[in-house]
Design a protein around this ligand. Structure first.
Ligand code: E4P
Length: 220
């Protein structure tokens, strides 16, 4: 299972690359806005951080674009910036032909804002390299997500689609474990989700206990 960082803050990305070797980065317009930098500036900076590696960076096409004619040239322009870029397209009807045509040109797409297994199926049929079901938003809306992810994994495996499943909008370590148990390929989450998950109160308690025994025992 791969761990992606959901962020456009370059200091966070650099840290997560060094500290726990994240496998890729996903950005979205909210993350880019939070970086305080212009879109093209920040995605170029992120591209430099992963240059020469196989790690992907998902970059999102202007969400106002709702036609093939708008999406296609923008997707090609962004893809030309870095071989690490995967182009994020929203899961809307006009995007499906864009995905197919980009796939024919060897440009990878991350189909984002997926909230139903049917949307996921259509994105897979359209040749999406990644598909991103958003579980955090569904759960905030009171919807279940384990079956949701399970259905997407089953559909992918039933038909041998090549799409990789990124469980997105992840809010805690339990959701990461569930995604792994259900056979998702990737999770994407913010830095604090990973860091909170790496810690456990018993680990801290154990360290304190063992340190006190250590201090009372001669070394030689
Ligand atoms: C995934 O690719 C998205 O960027 C992300 O998970 C969106 O969710 P959030 O911003 O609510 O966490």
């Amino acid at each position: 299972m791969q761990f992606f960082l959901d962020s456009a803050i370059t200091s966070e990305i650099e840290y997560a690359l060094k500290a726990f070797n994240i496998d890729g980065v996903t950005t979205n317009p909210r993350h880019v806005q939070a970086s305080g930098k212009p879109f093209l500036t920040v995605i170029r900076e992120i591209a430099r951080l992963v240059e020469g590696t196989e790690k992907t960076v998902s970059v999102e096409v202007n969400p106002h674009f709702m036609t093939y004619e708008e999406m296609m040239p923008e997707a090609e322009k962004l893809a030309a910036i870095s071989p690490n870029f995967v182009i994020k397209l929203q899961c809307v009807e006009p995007a499906f032909r864009v995905m197919e045509d980009l796939a024919k040109k060897g440009i990878r797409v991350n189909c984002t804002l997926i909230f139903s297994a049917f949307q996921a199926l259509q994105a897979m049929r359209s040749g999406a390299y990644y598909i991103s079901p958003f579980i955090g938003w569904k759960e905030a809306n009171g919807e279940e997500t384990r079956k949701f992810v399970e259905e997407i994994v089953t559909i992918r495996d039933n038909y041998g689609f090549d799409s990789q499943i990124i469980v997105a909008a992840v809010r805690n370590a339990r959701q990461i474990v569930d995604a792994a148990l259900l056979g998702a390929d990737i999770v994407t989450a913010g830095l604090s989700v990973y860091q909170e998950g790496f810690h456990h109160p018993y680990t801290r308690e154990g360290i304190e206990k063992f340190a006190s025994f250590w201090d009372k025992t001669p070394y030689e």
